[in-house]
Design a protein around this ligand. Structure first.
Ligand SMILES: [Zn+2]
Ligand SMILES: [Zn+2]
Ligand SMILES: [Zn+2]
Length: 353
């Protein structure tokens, strides 16, 4: 981000002794003569004016002032001895600087340079349109917006975590506590399917320059895409000025400009493979077969799916086991004898011969 200095403005300070308002570069109160204490901060007046005087500008750029270690008087960064008491100020405390005194956001008119609010549709001075495009979508929120803080604190999650741990261990226990019992295969059932896919038009959305080859653009809308340091084909300049406390009664006006880039967001249709039909086969016993599939023009075979069920009869009633493994399924011929382990929910968790 390119930062640019637009010069300096004079700040002010309020005397804690008599409440008089003093010009920032004034080091002792004009009304009662008390020196400005180190902890009394500078403020910005609405009508603060830019410093034009060369001598004042040199002071503004010289850095933060020092407070005399003996009498507390503010002295310029370049002084060696206190202007008030003559003491050596080498040991003095430097005023803090760098704080942001004020911030404002605006956009420059591309024609006349007038500063307009970022929300203004046209320049207040010359009427030039300031929007990147007439039907553009809402710009992103300015970065200077405070981030809302919720009332959430990490410790508030503790009871929830404890509850989840308890619930997990209970489920674990129920799943893995099992009873073993003899079982006989009473029936077996298989089902298999093969999908058929065809090229169909599907609707998708992308930036114009990212629409893939073959995509048919339906309609586009100008939308905010990104923020850049350089202007683009369809961009809107957004500038921020900050007034930065120099610690010497002045504030540097620092401008940062960026560009909101707007672009065409388009809906388009493109041909893509999609499931249009499913052929199925199913039956009893262990000899499963795949369904016959007929494929049309511009079609192809899609996913193949298989599912096998083994029904056991036990002293506890019927228990069903499901698998997708055909070679394993073939072991369970009707009438064969097994030992099965059943968990609390009735699910078969283990099978042995
Ligand atoms: Zn005073
Ligand atoms: Zn002094
Ligand atoms: Zn203008």
């Amino acid at each position: 981000m390119a930062k640019r200095s637009l010069g300096y403005v004079e700040l002010n300070w309020e005397c804690p002794n008599c409440q008089a308002k003093n010009q920032g570069m004034q080091k002792t109160c004009k009304q009662c003569g008390a020196p400005q204490p180190a902890e009394v901060a500078f403020q910005l007046d609405k009508d603060a004016r830019k410093i034009e005087d060369d001598a004042k500008l040199a002071q503004a750029a010289a850095g933060a002032d020092f407070h005399c270690p003996f009498c507390g008087t503010r002295n310029a960064a370049s002084s060696k001895v206190c202007s008030q008491c003559g003491g050596d100020i080498a040991e003095g405390k430097r005023r803090s600087s760098g704080a942001k005194v004020a911030e404002s956001q605006y956009t420059h008119c591309p024609k006349c340079g007038n500063k307009n609010p970022t929300t203004a549709p046209q320049c207040a001075a010359c009427g030039t349109s300031l929007t990147a495009n007439n039907n553009m979508a809402a710009p992103p929120p300015p970065t200077s917006n405070p981030i809302p803080t919720s009332g959430f604190r990490p410790w508030m999650a503790l009871p929830v975590v404890a509850f989840l741990l308890l619930a997990c261990s209970l489920i674990w226990f129920l799943f893995f506590r099992s009873t073993s019992m003899p079982a006989t295969v009473s029936q077996t059932h298989w089902s298999r399917s093969i999908a058929v896919e065809a090229l169909v038009d599907v609707q998708k959305e992308a930036w114009r320059d990212e629409v893939p080859a073959g995509g048919q653009i339906q309609s586009c809308q100008t939308k905010y895409r990104t923020t850049s340091d350089t202007p683009g084909q369809n961009s809107k300049e957004v500038c921020t000025t900050e007034i930065v406390d120099q610690g010497n009664g002045t504030g540097e006006v620092v401008e940062t400009c960026q560009y909101e880039i707007y672009d065409d967001r388009c809906t388009y249709t493109i041909q893509d493979w999609a499931e249009v039909d499913v052929f199925r086969a199913s039956g009893e016993g262990n000899n499963a077969v795949w369904p016959m599939v007929s494929i049309g023009a511009n079609q192809r075979e899609g996913n193949a799916r298989e599912n096998y069920e083994v029904v056991f009869s036990t002293q506890d009633g019927e228990k069903t086991y499901t698998t997708q493994d055909f070679s394993y399924f073939q072991n369970f011929s009707p009438g064969s004898q097994w030992m099965i382990s059943v968990n609390t929910f009735g699910g078969i968790v283990d099978i042995t011969q």
